[in-house]
Design a protein around this ligand. Structure first.
Ligand code: SF4
Length: 69
């Protein structure tokens, strides 16, 4: 599913999105489990709780603004 979109899009949209919530932190485990500081963790739409297999409305809206695909 991720391959449908360009990596640049997945990161660019997540960077600017106010609603981003990482699946790991949403599960309540925290980032210590990943052994990486949150600020160093890659922010990508597919790792967001709202992604839902690419059906996030914010993503779809932003994607259209990026020129769509
Ligand atoms: S999946 Fe949706 S809510 Fe999550 S960062 Fe991307 S656009 Fe924002």
């Amino acid at each position: 599913m991720d391959n449908l979109y360009q990596e640049e899009q997945l990161r660019g949209i997540a960077e600017e999105c106010q609603e981003f919530e990482h699946v790991i932190s949403a599960m309540g485990y925290g980032f210590s489990m990943l052994n990486v500081a949150p600020e160093r963790f890659l922010r990508r739409c597919p790792d967001c709780v709202h992604w839902l297999g690419g059906s996030c409305n914010i993503f779809l809206h932003e994607k259209a603004e990026w020129g769509g695909q």
